[in-house]
Write a protein that binds this ligand. Sequence first.
Ligand code: DC
Length: 230
Amino acid sequence: MRRKITIAIDGYSSCGKSTIAKGVAKKLGYIFIDSGAMYRAVTLYCMENKIIKSGKFKEQDIIAALENIDLEFKANPQTHLSEIYLNGKNVEKDIRGMDVSNMVSPISAIKEVRTKVIALQRELGRSKGIVMDGRDIGTNVFPDAELKLFMTADENVRVQRRWKELQSKGVNVSVEEVKKNIAERDHEDTHREHNPLRKANDAVVLDNTHLTMEEQLNFAMKLAKERSGA
Ligand code: DC
């Protein structure tokens, strides 16, 4: 009998974590949650409400704003994928721009921001049957996850992939700008004080530099089946 498990996918920026997480969730009939979307939505709220101005903010102002931020996920009826809502508004697209990408790492490093977001993540994962991707899912959010993947890829490959993705969404940005953003985020996400990105001891590394999507999915699905006792 196959049991529902928790699958945690962590790794650097633009490694294709969400793509593989979505693929695995679809095949297993699990919920997919993009944990980075929550940090992005908090950042968007603070930008829209001028709590972040010209890239600057006071930590206590961000902390004070948290009580006015309500985050939830709802399934898109067409794609069946969960999309993030900020105070009742779907912000799935608004959170993906470079403006938010450039500010999200310092915002996500604030302890109180993490406490709020992590509580919601744990709530969402209470009944298992979930694939969540992020930076601290296997190490901190779900330390008992039955399957933990740590994704990585060559930096240039990641830059190219991210640049193409942004181009396809109509975001006009240079390769250099994407490269700088990825390098800065990786540095900040691995060096922050609270829940930095690191590989959990029991995580399986998936380096997808030279792998097709199908190969990555097969790799993850084989492990998921083993771990769920199928
Ligand atoms: O996965 P992403 O690029 O959308 O994540 C945006 C930022 O959010 C990332 O640079 C760091 C932060 N983040 C985090 O601190 N912990 C997570 N579990 C997920 C994201």
